[in-house]
Ligand binder design. Structure first.
Ligand code: SF4
Ligand code: SF4
Length: 353
């Protein structure tokens, strides 16, 4: 749809080397579990890191997630080492199954930190704790912090959650660490909305979690698309690391087994919908569709943009409406794309000085 446009560059690459996991959380966005097989072989993993680091000058961080990336064992250490060779920041996302005690946590983290790991993200909450004890998460977090890396613990957030943010920060061992440790700033605890991917299940949230259009809250473009490229275990390149990307075929750019990363990345800029998502975000697009077609109801009851992104890509009525009326938005979106890109470039050049 769009022929010539001044393109962006990604700052982050997220590698999902496997969808296998030691847990099987009911609402896992990728339906990971112990029985999922398949992973990116080490030589390919290393060559994708080479390819990305040589292709994109602005790339700053490489994230290893999953599934459970610690299942890669020594291969994870090699991949972290490769990312560090290019002086990229490295983050691993894990459920901490390996941290059964401090000694075990040390045994896994030390080689990774020596290889260049800067940040550890851990996830917990009701569903995670059916598989991995909170004790593991605390062992991993405190060990990582004491070894000098930044640790972020994300807690599943919903009104129904029994284990909440407060329970974690008041956990006796973590409380002592926060009160007494000289490196207590190395652990951050956050809560993220935990969404359901099943029709027969839904969560409710506090009022401030809801995003609306046009009135009370300002909706923003998706900062993830174009910015955070993803490689999934099938070695496909995807436009973003949104929770729902496996449900949106349009975000799959193609196979890295047959095409170069750079070609797959830059081809996206001929897709107006992706540019629109980057500029306005999926909720604004849904709101626009609802203004054009009264059969489309914009409820405003959306807590996560990736939920709405599935809707605008998969709902037949919304898709037909957007196809019919998108041309009304083209000039406005391309104009605001140029403005936003200009701001983006100047922020990036300030930070890279
Ligand atoms: S720990 Fe993470 S990757 Fe594993 S099943 Fe749970 S949500 Fe999915
Ligand atoms: S809103 Fe859409 S494009 Fe953005 S991260 Fe979520 S799924 Fe990806």
């Amino acid at each position: 749809m769009v022929n010539t446009i001044d393109t962006l560059e990604p700052t982050t690459m997220t590698i999902l080397p496997t969808y296998q996991c030691t847990a099987a959380c009911k609402e896992c966005c990728f339906e990971c579990n112990q029985h999922r097989s398949g992973r990116i072989p080490l030589p390919n993993l290393l060559s994708y890191i080479d390819d990305a680091c040589r292709s994109f000058d602005n790339l700053q961080m490489i994230v290893f997630s999953g599934g459970e990336c610690f299942l890669l064992g020594d291969d994870l250490v090699s991949a972290v080492q490769k990312a560090n060779y290019y002086k990229k920041k490295v983050r691993c996302v894990s459920n901490a199954y390996w941290a059964i005690n401090k000694k075990a946590a040390m045994a896994r983290l030390e080689p990774l930190i020596e290889a260049g790991l800067n940040e550890l993200n851990l996830s917990t909450g009701d569903e995670h704790q059916e598989w991995v004890s909170i004790k593991n998460v605390i062992n991993a977090a405190i060990t990582g912090a004491e070894l000098g890396i930044q640790v972020v613990i994300t807690v599943e957030g919903s009104k129904e959650a029994r284990f909440k943010y407060q329970e974690l920060i008041n956990h006796p061992e973590l409380k002592v660490f926060f009160e007494n440790s000289p490196v207590n700033n190395n652990i951050k605890v956050i809560e993220n909305v935990w969404i359901s991917f099943h029709e027969n299940k839904s969560f409710t949230y506090n009022e401030n979690a809801y995003r609306t259009a046009g009135t009370v809250k300002k909706l923003e473009g998706c900062s993830n698309i174009f910015n955070n490229i993803v490689i999934n275990p099938r070695e496909e390149m995807i436009s973003c690391c949104g929770l729902t990307f496996e449900h949106i075929p349009e975000l799959h750019n193609g196979s890295l087994k047959t095409e170069k990363m750079k070609e797959l990345y830059f081809r996206q800029f001929s897709d107006f919908m992706k540019i629109w998502i980057w500029v306005d975000g999926p909720e604004s697009i849904l709101y626009f569709a609802s203004q054009k077609n009264k059969e489309i109801i914009y409820t405003g009851e959306y807590v996560h943009p990736c939920q709405t992104c599935v809707l605008i890509h998969n709902d037949k009525k919304v898709k037909e409406t957007l196809l019919r009326y998108y041309h009304e938005k083209v000039n406005d979106i391309l104009f605001r794309y140029t403005l936003k890109k200009g701001m983006n470039d100047s922020i990036f050049s300030t930070f890279s000085k």
